[in-house]
Design a protein around this ligand. Structure first.
Ligand code: SER
Length: 318
């Protein structure tokens, strides 16, 4: 039986993707791996878990060989703000890990899913209806590593036939594991503050700053869908634009206020993250993903806000 390997399994996406993959393909099929973070009890109880440093190619190869891995979901990444604080580490983790995974995938004939991001664009890119194919000249180390990653995925597909697939995720909103060190994290933080304190006092992104966003169930769906798509339908092997909604801080605050009437938002803008946000798309055009493999998000801002507030309130009461 060919197995699925997930790297970065303890992170924001991994902690939800692993149980979803186990539910979809069987608990024994999925090997969750992390680097430093202690895995949650749910990850440990749900199936196999092991530690891997993806910058160590021999360790990646050992695990792929040992478990007969046929597909790798590479979620290892350092997010934008954290990458600006340590660009050297961001390059090592984001690019060298992917290069190692692609090398191992080439040898052991694995498919590879790698998320790219809205951060793979920059100020030279059209920020409204950002096309699938356009100028990619990001001004952040995070973006540079993600563009390099997209190019590597193209290269390994074209030169070696590695089955590389990817999406450019927007900011991801979820209630299970908070993200760490991203620019879009304000849109997660706002829910925690709303549920805990009924107000969000330190929004670090300015009012009027629009960014693409997506609720986690849609992000998981995009990963499954592209990995299950007929290979012949995929015209792009670097990454597809996918989005679900676009909003500014005051829009999400207004939506939360419909459920928590006294809710207020105040701003303490972080210039570093604000500059990053301003260099990213307001709204991507994801028509290529819709046409090529049937991408269609389920959650818009009202549906996400309703679900997020319910689920997060229940979780924080536990
Ligand atoms: N959520 C990411 C970040 O803010 C963008 O991909 O860094």
């Amino acid at each position: 039986m060919e197995r699925i390997l997930v790297t970065g399994a303890c992170g924001q996406v991994g902690s939800e993707l692993v149980p979803a993959l186990r539910a979809r393909y069987g608990a024994d099929t999925v090997i969750a791996t992390g680097h430093k973070t202690e895995p949650s009890q749910e990850l440990l109880d749900g199936g196999e878990f092991c530690f891997i440093d993806c910058t160590d190619i021999d360790r990646v190869a050992d695990v792929v060989r040992k478990y007969n891995v046929g597909a790798i979901y590479n979620l290892t990444t350092i997010l934008s703000a954290k990458a600006e604080a340590n660009p050297q580490l961001a390059w090592t983790v984001n690019v060298n890990s992917l290069r190692n995974i692609l090398e191992v995938a080439r040898e052991y004939e694995c498919a590879v899913f790698t998320p790219s991001t809205i951060g793979a664009f920059g100020l030279d890119t059209p920020l409204d209806n950002t096309p699938q194919i356009t100028i990619q000249r990001p001004g952040t180390m995070y973006g540079i590593t993600k563009v390099a990653g997209e190019l590597l995925c193209d290269y390994y597909y074209q030169k070696y036939g590695v089955d590389t697939r990817g999406v450019r995720w927007p900011g991801l909103i979820s209630y299970v594991t908070p993200p760490g060190g991203g620019t879009t994290d304000y849109a997660v933080e706002i829910f925690y503050e709303a549920v805990r304190h009924g107000k969000y006092e330190h929004c670090f992104i300015k009012a009027g700053t629009y960014l693409d966003m997506m609720y986690m169930p849609d992000a998981l769906k995009s990963a499954f869908q592209i990995m299950e798509a007929e290979p012949g339908r995929l015209k792009h092997r670097n990454a597809y634009n996918v989005t679900a909604m676009s909003f500014a801080p005051e829009d999400i605050a207004g939506e939360i206020k419909k459920h928590i009437p006294g809710f207020t938002i105040d701003y303490r803008v972080d210039p570093i993250r604000q500059a990053i946000a301003e260099s990213w798309p307001n709204k991507m055009d994801d028509s290529a993903a819709r046409a090529d493999w049937g991408w269609q998000p389920q959650y818009d801002l009202p549906a996400m806000t309703f679900d997020m507030l319910n689920k997060l309130s229940a979780r924080l009461k536990q």
